[in-house]
Design a protein around this ligand. Structure first.
Ligand code: PLP
Length: 396
């Protein structure tokens, strides 16, 4: 008896990726203080919040200072005005949601890990390799068995259902972090059919949906039948620059029933117990981002990142480097040239080109030999980085 830690924490892989990058960069800078490094590894946005968002936040802040406009604890599920704004946003993709299927969160990361709270720890979890590490780590913490679907060059980093790998919980991230790969409608329909066949629940992470172009799906609910088997997690972080302001949402369709329990009800029960809602001021800011004016301002920032991504993919095309992403995603996932391993290429980029990217091996076994660059830098940094990459390739 006595107090013990959750021993599952001992099962976690050492999360050394970003710490190791920081260590290597600091060491290099110390030895080469005059070298200007180009940071192309950041997953954080750099463009400021849109004017209409900060105006709405200022107005909400002023309201909070008046007796009539003060807001204390808000609804755990989020204010109706924001849920309605999200409902209208989904209509643009032809998706009809009930307002009470939408839960405002403090970002997609929390609910990626929190949602399985209402599912048994006996469930097996299917996670792509490589992928955003939060899915695996949070399920290791809970003690669930994890199986991996292989994302690789052969399937263009978009693994498809495989009868030999069935998970009760299936994480799908599209557009994907780190590979930037984005599923088509047909591919997502195959996942929905697979989930139905095996009675699985899909947790669909749409954090990068704002980068989707053309006819590719923004939401899994664009696929028929998805409301029976999928929960969707999304965020204002990348869409509207809320990484530091914290706001996202989770959609839990009322049609999903597991063990006779309506999942939406169970999630309300969980949220009302463990969560006290997102700040009124932040929710007003998020609402502003979804107005016509907000969409216009926000899309200027998204287009800025898109153009950065295009500069990168044009360079990869010119250099004949295999990559995924960049077209519907702020991430360009490239194959390290000359058969190099991820960390070797990282060192080469750092010391020979002064570029800091992210070694793919840090995102999973299949990431070995790949490298992630992001479009979230400034235009100047992106252009200079691509110039240096070309020079590096020519010098080899
Ligand atoms: N999901 C994916 C795939 C991400 O890459 C990130 C952040 O980088 C998140 C979720 C977290 O987003 P948020 O800032 O909303 O917590």
């Amino acid at each position: 008896m006595g107090i013990h830690i959750n021993e599952q924490y001992n099962e976690l892989n050492e999360s050394y990726l970003f710490a190791e990058i920081a260590r290597k960069v600091a060491e290099y800078q110390k030895a080469n203080p005059d070298k200007k490094l180009l940071k192309m590894g950041i997953g954080d946005v750099t463009r400021p919040l849109a004017r209409c968002v900060t105006d709405a936040m200022k107005k909400a802040s002023d309201e909070m200072g008046t007796a009539e406009g003060f807001h204390g604890y808000g609804p755990e599920q989020g204010y109706a005005f924001l849920r309605e704004a999200i409902q209208n946003y989904y209509k643009k993709f032809g998706v009809e949601l009930d307002a009470d299927e939408i839960f405002i969160s403090d970002g997609a990361k929390s609910d990626c890990g929190n949602f399985p709270d209402i599912l048994s720890t006996d469930c097996t979890v299917l996670i792509p390799d490589p992928v955003y590490p939060v899915y695996a780590d949070t399920n290791v913490m809970a003690g669930r068995k994890i199986i991996y679907s292989s994302a690789n060059e052969e399937n263009h980093f978009l693994p498809m259902p495989d009868e030999s790998k069935v998970g009760d919980i299936i994480y799908i991230c599209s557009p994907n972090n780190p590979t930037g790969a984005c599923y088509s409608r047909e591919q997502l329909a195959a996942w929905v059919a697979f989930a139905k066949k095996h009675n699985s629940l899909i947790l669909f992470d749409a954090a990068y949906e704002c980068f989707v172009t053309g006819d590719l799906p923004h939401s899994i609910y664009e696929i028929e039948g998805a409301k029976d088997v999928a929960v969707e997690l999304c965020s204002f972080s990348k869409k509207a620059g809320f990484t530091g302001t914290r706001c996202g949402y989770t959609v839990v369709p009322k049609r999903i029933v597991i063990d006779g329990a309506v999942l939406n009800k169970l999630w309300i029960r969980r949220q009302t117990t463990k969560f006290n809602g997102v700040a009124y001021i932040v929710e007003r800011g998020a609402e502003a981002a979804l107005t016509d004016e907000g969409e216009k301002e926000v899309s200027e920032n998204i287009n800025y990142y898109r153009e950065n991504a295009k500069i990168m993919t044009d360079t990869m095309d010119e250099l004949g480097i295999y990559y995924t992403g960049g077209k519907n995603s702020p991430y360009v996932w490239l194959k390290c040239p000359f058969g190099m391993k991820s960390w070797d290429f990282f060192d080469e980029m750092l010391t020979k080109a002064g570029i800091v990217g992210t070694p793919g091996a840090g995102f999973g076994t299949n990431g070995e030999g790949f490298f992630r660059l992001t479009a979230f830098s400034t235009r100047e940094t992106t252009i200079e980085a691509m110039k240096r990459l070309k020079e590096y390739m020519q010098s080899r």
